[in-house]
Design a protein around this ligand. Structure first.
Ligand SMILES: Nc1ncnc2c1ncn2[C@@H]1O[C@H](COP(=O)(O)OP(=O)(O)OP(=O)(O)O)[C@@H](O)[C@H]1O
Length: 259
């Protein structure tokens, strides 16, 4: 299912976002706290590149950061501008511009069949039920998945489910596709296939992954640590620094363990 915060259809709302805004996201001292816990702190950055990756250790704030991009999270300090509008104003419109794919397709897919799953986003954009179903079938055929249209989602493999979830957001033609560890539970061949599909897309991409090889060919890599931006730059440089840091921490762990 395409993430959708309210049932009202977007066609009824005047637009505040500019889908062509560049950068599409501007963070100005953005913070996110829950209770006394500071999940993200003092993030100042602009996102404009076609392919941006995000890395960091468990709990560093990657998922929280990307959830700010589609309104699943709201900053508790600082200013966030999305597609040219303050995030609070852009929030209800974001599902049109930002497709979000979760790690676990079972958290995303909710309709009985593949065709219904794909058609849902089109109905939310204002298309009629029959038109949505017919466009969904055509879209599946366009991506070589016509055989899946009538299948129950529960009977798909993990890789097929993930592909359906990606197609369910792509059918809405978002400007930005955010993928939060989409390949985490897939085998090597399916990972390569889905990665190729993702890289062939015209959409701007933000990808969160623990697998550093996923960022080959990316324009930029962000490294988060304890909710702060530790490094931001070319993927090769950021990956090398991150790996060096991980190795040095392992050394420290060994020294502690030997005490
Ligand atoms: N709803 C919440 N309430 C309180 N703390 C939260 C909440 N959501 C996340 N956190 C905390 O925020 C921090 C960052 O979590 P987040 O899921 O963004 O990290 P992550 O880098 O994506 O981690 P991982 O690599 O394990 O998926 C963690 O310490 C987490 O416990």
């Amino acid at each position: 299912m395409a993430f959708w915060p309210k049932s009202r259809k977007l066609k009824d709302r005047p637009s505040v976002c500019n889908p062509d805004a560049s950068p599409y996201a501007v963070f100005d001292r953005v913070g996110l706290s829950v209770g006394k816990e500071h999940i993200l702190q003092d993030l100042t950055l602009q996102l404009a590149e076609d392919r941006i990756g995000i890395i960091g250790l468990n709990g560093s704030g990657k998922s929280s950061l990307v959830r700010l991009l589609n309104g699943l999270r709201t900053p508790t300090s600082g200013d966030l501008t999305l597609f040219g509008a303050p995030s609070a104003e852009a929030e209800l419109e974001l599902p049109r511009h930002v497709g979000f794919v979760f790690q676990n397709p079972d958290h995303q897919a909710i309709f009985p069949t593949v065709e219904e799953e794909i058609a849902f986003g089109l109905t939310q954009l204002g298309a009629g039920k029959e038109e949505s179903r017919s466009r969904a079938r055509a879209f599946l055929a366009l991506h070589g998945c016509e055989g899946l249209a009538g299948k129950p989602i529960t009977e798909l493999s993990g890789g097929q489910k993930q592909l359906v979830c990606i197609l369910a957001v792509l059918v809405m033609e978002p400007r930005l596709l955010v993928l939060d560890e989409p390949m985490a539970s897939l085998d090597a061949l399916t990972t390569v296939r889905i990665r190729q599909k993702i890289l062939s897309l015209p959409q701007k991409i933000v990808l969160v992954s623990h697998d550093l090889s996923q960022f080959d060919g990316f324009d930029r890599l962000l490294w988060l640590e304890d909710g702060r931006l530790r490094m931001d730059g070319a993927p090769d440089a950021v990956r090398a620094a991150f790996q060096e840091d991980v190795v040095s921490r392992q050394g420290m762990d060994v020294e502690v363990a030997e005490l």
